[in-house]
Design a protein around this ligand. Sequence first.
Ligand code: PGA
Length: 247
Amino acid sequence: MRRPLVVANWKMNTNLSDAIVLATAIRDGVENISGVEVVICPPAIWLVEVSQIIHKEIGHLGLGAQNIHYMPDGSYTGEISAGMVRDVAKYVILGHSERRKNFAETNDIIARKTAVALDTGLIPIICVGEEKKSQNSVSEVVTQLKESLFGINKNELDQIIVAYEPVRAVGAEEPATPEHSARVIDQLREVLSIQTPILYGGAINAGNIYSFVQRPEIDGVLVGRDSLNAPGFIKICRIVSEYKRMV
Ligand code: PGA
C-alpha cells in the first residue's frame, strides 16, 4: 500500500523564531497521529534549525527543501546542492509552479534536478499541473511529468513522489475539483509505478480536505498557506490519517 503523505510548503515565509515555534507546534501536534507521513519544507536557511527540532524524532515526520541546483557542486553563487540538503533532510520539492514561472524552470531543468536528487539519496517531490483547465489538461500534465522524469530509470519510480498542482489553484481561493484531480492523477499513474505516491496541491485547507482524501487516487496533499497555521495543518494531517485508513 502507498503511504499517505502531507507535505508542508512554507515557501518564503517565517523568520527564525516563527520557524522554531511552527516546527515545534507541528511536531507536537502530529506526534500521536499515525498512518500518515508528514514532511515539513521550510525555507532552506532554517533547515538545520528545524531538523534539530523534528529529528528528536518522530518516525513519520520528515524534512524537505523547496529546491536544489542540478549541479552537484561548483561555482554557483547563492545556490544549494542536493548533497548539502541531504546532510539534514530527506526530501526536496522540485518543479513547483512558482519556480517554473518566476525562475524559468523547464521540464529539462527539473529532470536534471530529479536525477541529482536521486543520485544523492533525496526523495524528490515533483510538481506538475496545467496552467488553465482545458480539454488538453490531462495530456498537458502527462507530458510535463514524462519530460520532468526524462532519463530516470523505471526502478527509481518507487523513490519519487509526485504532486498534481493545477496552477490556477495554487494560492487561489478554491481548489480544483476532486473529480478533475482524480481524473488527471489516474493518467499520471500510468507513467509511474504502483508504489509512487501522488498528492494533490492547491488551496487545500482543513475545511476542503475531506473531499480529496476520500478519493482512492489521491494519496495525500501538498499544503502551502495552511501549513503556516499549526492547528489547521495538524487537523489536515489528522483527517488524512483517519480517512486513508478507511479508503
Ligand atoms: P496553497 O499552495 O496551498 O497556498 O494554494 C499550494 C502549493 O503551493 O503547493
